[in-house]
Design a protein around this ligand. Sequence first.
Ligand code: NCD
Ligand code: ZN
Length: 345
Amino acid sequence: MPITLTLTRPDDWHLHLRDGELLRRVVHDSARRFARAIIMPNLPVPVTTTELARHYRERILAAVPAECDFQPLMTLYLTDETSPAEIAAAQASGIIQGVKWYPAGATTNSQFGVSDVTRCHPALAAMESLGMPLLIHAETTDSRVDVFDCEAVFLDRQLVPVLRRFPGLRVVIEHVTTAQAVQFVRDASPHVGATITVHHLLLNRNALFEGGLRPHHYCRPVLKREQHRQAVLEAAISGHPRFFAGTDSAPHLRRDKESACGCAGIYTAHAALELYAEVFEQGSALERLEGFVSFHGPDFYGLPRNSTQITLEKEPWIVPNSILVGDDHLIPFRAGETVQWRLVD
Ligand code: NCD
Ligand code: ZN
């Protein structure tokens, strides 16, 4: 009999589901594992209003397989023009759990994002007073900054002034990748939390160049050197309540990844919970996995913890080489390689 692990059903606090055919293909992988997910708003036409979020939510729900119970927690895409009234409408809707700050140019479909955060001050003031969380892609877009330093520089130059001005603002630093970001969260007020992806826990930047250029390991924030991976790992397995799981599973078709200018994003939804279990087991911290994937997120967001459960067994399986989507493929994380834990349906 394989060893089994039963947990309160987890949530994914950072997820890209895309739209159309890709949405219909990927939502199943998340919905099998996670009860809820924070849905990123960076569609080609970004989700800048509650109205757009409502429609996107309906498309997601229509794509969820009947046997799954999955709740998309929607977010708005912050722009220089987002008004306090839009924030109030989002809060009143009950379907929106956060507003995402993409620095313009930082990542996929971020070109409509924030060019000058001082122009967002009215929206941020409304968020602070209503308790609406600000979810941050914390990388500077200053091209003079080394790509591996973009996160640390953003915290100093952009986030510190925002937190000074809006001390009551609830903030999630998304997908933290550096020792500096981990320390920032530890030192910050209880309003500041962070998500951690499974790929940043498993890989350091060598994985980008192993035997050649590896586009399927390219994401933003880019993988960092080993000492940073270790700092992020320590935070994840420490039991600290302001670090929680957010996969940042970000599917792109193969032709868009294996390209002269490949897209950033790693698809992990097909094995995310299993891989987090692997990480925690390797870190001798399996007993703290449930806090990280199932408790810290809802506690931070002020939502109830899930009441159902999920079971994993220690039974190795091999990830498919690719997943067919239309006339192309998605290359999943660990394609053709082994994952140690398996979901028990
Ligand atoms: C994300 C995407 O493709 O939407 N890509 C990524 O590398 N993580 C956007 C993001 O979260 O930066
Ligand atoms: Zn993301």
